[in-house]
Ligand binder design. Structure first.
Ligand SMILES: Nc1nc2c(c(=O)[nH]1)N[C@H]1C(S)=C(S)[C@@H](COP(=O)(O)OP(=O)(O)OC[C@H]3O[C@@H](n4cnc5c(N)ncnc54)[C@H](O)[C@@H]3O)O[C@H]1N2
Ligand code: MOO
Length: 411
């Protein structure tokens, strides 16, 4: 059995990701753009809302006509009209005049504010009693309060949220320039791994990694393409990976990445033209046997077969590659919310290896306690009971009970 050679750090692996070029842009319909990555900065083509608008139901007026007005000393204004929603008022207010206006209505000329209906009393059809003053611009929004023409509102590389889509709608953008989603081929291998629909015989397990990986790819912004489950057969495995190389930007192969005699991943990957071995073995746990072979046609990434290791290795190594292809900075756990807590017990660690410890949160009188979820990397439920991961850096010899730690929560 040959040892891993040239074990590399997470930073070194991310350095290879940095060398990749982002995928090209494509134009898609606004309704499909949520969660996609903007390919170029978006600058506002116009002012928004573009006109002076009321933010309350009430009366458009000149604020100076309300100064000093109160319950005990009211003022009186003449009602000269009503602003129709969606229509530019065709009248102008003079001193002492006001007009009815609804929330969102356009202020007529001569009005600088809106007095809420609650602060008025109607004496007759044309006379308004004013019982409170309003400041200039009160209860209004200005023509460029939401955005001004030429303002950079969204940056290239930004992942579009529902509110961004709303903003693009407000600015008339039915089409959006986004980065193409990387197509990620997923191959799983292992003689003992059987399809989900099959009842495993003793010694067999169902195929988990194809399913977790394809969902992880989807969540990360890629397009998973399931290439199938293959036994430990070099010829068939080579055919599957070749097909994936033709069709996909990235190929993930789970299982067979370690150093066992049946572990074929490295051999298969290196059989392709222009293949260059970038990584085989990393100073990270779990995820130690990670493999990266670069070819001119695409990137081949080998992930550990152990179900929990495979999930963590995806986040540490694969998602940053997807981020880069999407034109975003190379960063692991970018989508993970963070939460601080104090460790309930010590976390021993092997110095020289970056560790990702599965943890859960337990409430205590002193605030949230971070409880390690111990268990082997082949145990899937450690990731179900664990709500997140704590990173123990490579140069640390461990952490003490009571230490404040940052938990990266599974999104
Ligand atoms: N002597 C050594 N043995 C191992 C080492 C080592 O350094 N020296 N590293 C261990 C570590 S760490 C890991 S992680 C695993 C990695 O193994 P492989 O990537 O080669 O994966 P396999 O051996 O094929 O499988 C490991 C494990 O995972 C199960 N598996 C695989 N694919 C699936 C799947 N699609 N769905 C569900 N389960 C799957 C498989 O049955 C094995 O139990 O190596 C350690 N050994
Ligand atoms: O790294 Mo293996 O990746 O512990 O389970």
């Amino acid at each position: 059995m040959k040892p891993f050679f040239n074990v590399q750090s997470v930073d070194q692996v991310h350095g290879y990701a940095d060398r990749l070029s982002p995928l090209s842009p494509e134009i898609i319909n606004l309704t499909q753009a949520g969660g996609r990555i903007l390919a170029r900065d978006f600058t506002s083509p116009t002012d928004l809302p573009g006109f002076k608008r009321s933010t309350m139901d009430g009366f458009a007026l000149g604020s100076r006509d309300t100064f000093g007005a109160s319950e005990t000393s009211p003022g009186y204004l003449e009602i000269v009209g009503e602003v129709r929603m969606g229509v530019e008022p065709d009248f102008e207010l003079k001193r002492g005049q006001c007009a009815r206006i609804g929330t969102g209505g356009m202020l007529p000329k001569g009005a600088d504010s809106v007095l809420m209906v609650e602060h008025t009393r109607l004496l007759d059809d044309t006379t308004l009693e004013v019982i409170k003053s309003v400041a200039p611009k009160g209860n209004t929004m200005g023509p460029s309060d939401d955005a001004y023409s030429g303002e950079t509102l969204l940056k290239a590389g930004h992942r579009l949220k529902p509110q961004d889509i709303g903003l693009l709608a407000a600015l008339g953008q039915l089409e959006v320039h986004v980065v193409k989603r990387p197509v990620v081929g997923i191959v799983s291998t292992g003689d003992e791994v059987v399809p989900v629909e099959q009842t495993p015989r003793p010694g067999q397990v169902r195929n988990v990694n194809t399913y977790t990986l394809s969902q992880q790819v989807l969540f990360a912004g890629g397009m998973p393409r399931e290439m199938g489950l293959v036994g430990d057969d070099e010829k068939v495995l080579t055919e599957k990976v070749a097909q994936s190389l033709e069709e996909c930007d990235l190929t993930l192969l789970s299982g067979g990445s370690s150093v066992g005699v049946r572990d074929l991943t490295a051999k298969v990957f290196l059989s392709f033209p222009t293949a260059e071995l970038l990584v085989h073995g990393v100073g990270v746990s779990p995820g130690k046997p990670f493999i990266w072979v670069a070819t001119e046609k695409g990137q081949l990434l080998g992930l550990p077969g152990q179900v929990a290791s495979c999930v963590v290795a995806f986040h540490v190594f694969v998602e940053p590659v997807i981020e880069r292809l999407l034109g975003r900075p190379v960063k692991a756990f970018a989508r993970f919310p963070r939460k601080i807590g104090s460790l309930s017990r010590p976390l021993p660690s092997v110095s020289g290896r970056e560790e990702y410890v599965r943890v859960s949160f337990v409430d205590s009188n002193d605030g949230p306690l971070v409880e390690p979820v111990f268990g082997k990397s082949g145990l899937l439920t450690t990731l179900i009971k664990g709500q997140g991961l704590v990173k123990v850096p490579a140069d640390s010899e461990g952490m003490y009970a009571g230490d404040q730690v940052e938990v990266m929560l599974f999104p």
